[in-house]
Design a binder for this molecule. Sequence first.
Ligand code: TYM
Length: 333
Amino acid sequence: TPRVFSGIQPTNHLQLGNYLGAVKRFVAMQNDGMETIYCIVDQHAITANFQNPADLRHATRELAAAYLACGLDPAKSILFNQSQVPAHSQLAWVFNCVARMGWLNRMTQFKDKAGKNAEKASLGLYAYPSLMAADILVYHATHVPVGDDQKQHVELTRDIAAKFNHDYGVEFFPETQPIIEGAATRVMSLRDGTKKMSKSDPSDASRINLTDDADTIAKKIRKAKTDPEPLPETTEGLADRPEARNLVNIYAALAEITPAQVLAEHGGSQFGSFKPALADLAVDKLAPISTEMSRLMGDTAEIDRVLAAGAERAAAIADPIIAKTYDIVGFVR
Ligand code: TYM
């Protein structure tokens, strides 16, 4: 039976790319009646840079508030943070012994995050994709909604599952499908249409944060980088115009229409009129989320209760899978 799993790192505030590429689609899959498990991957959050403990706690609760404010419902989805379910790191160790160095050496996100001096990167950053494979497979999840940048990690997950099954001669871990759909699988920076929008970009003007208020959202869109041409009439006309394409894609994803439909309505318009239309749409869709997040953050004890209850339900699925994995591997218990 299909089972959906995905996760987001609690580092900095969520940005529009995380919302359109991930959370909005998490909600859609939940509301389609699929079995859905959504994680806050706090163990991944400490792999790249030193995280101040107070900041990590805050970011974890804020991400939980974002999940809830965007429409994830703890009665329909399992919502929890990774470190409360030890089965993730238990399976990750087994996968560290299944995955090959050569496979991890090919991971583009490691190269991007480690930068020029890989010797200074943490061992955890290197092993990150193995923990991610464990996140998914400890639930035998079959569908993983993610943005485009996570495709390679989900493919590695399939390779790890296949090698485990092959080495031990079992049909135990399923083949996982990445679900990368819609107009916003790769939302780009508002300052540079060739760079991905990111929580960690030093320029706050490059992104829209889910915590931004209405004025800030509108201002960032008004100031977004664009070229001087009017919008084209068809999507082919966006080919060499990364900034224009990005704004059209954002509009399409927010309005839940296709880029072609956006251009049917706005083709020929100057950015002077398209940007205010996009700003109105973005404020309309996003400002209620930031208001609801602030309200939820007023009661962090309630958020912690939601996460603890979710962790209990997650462990009830993961623990038998770990027990079976240990039997397969030959660990005596
Ligand atoms: P993270 O925290 O970097 O991002 C969370 C989700 O947001 C998507 N995303 C984007 N989508 C479109 N445009 C963008 N500019 C953009 N930026 C980010 C990401 O693709 C992702 O879906 N490794 C994962 C977290 C993770 C995970 C997992 C995901 C850990 N375990 C298991 C799925 C399944 C990550 O760092 O995502």
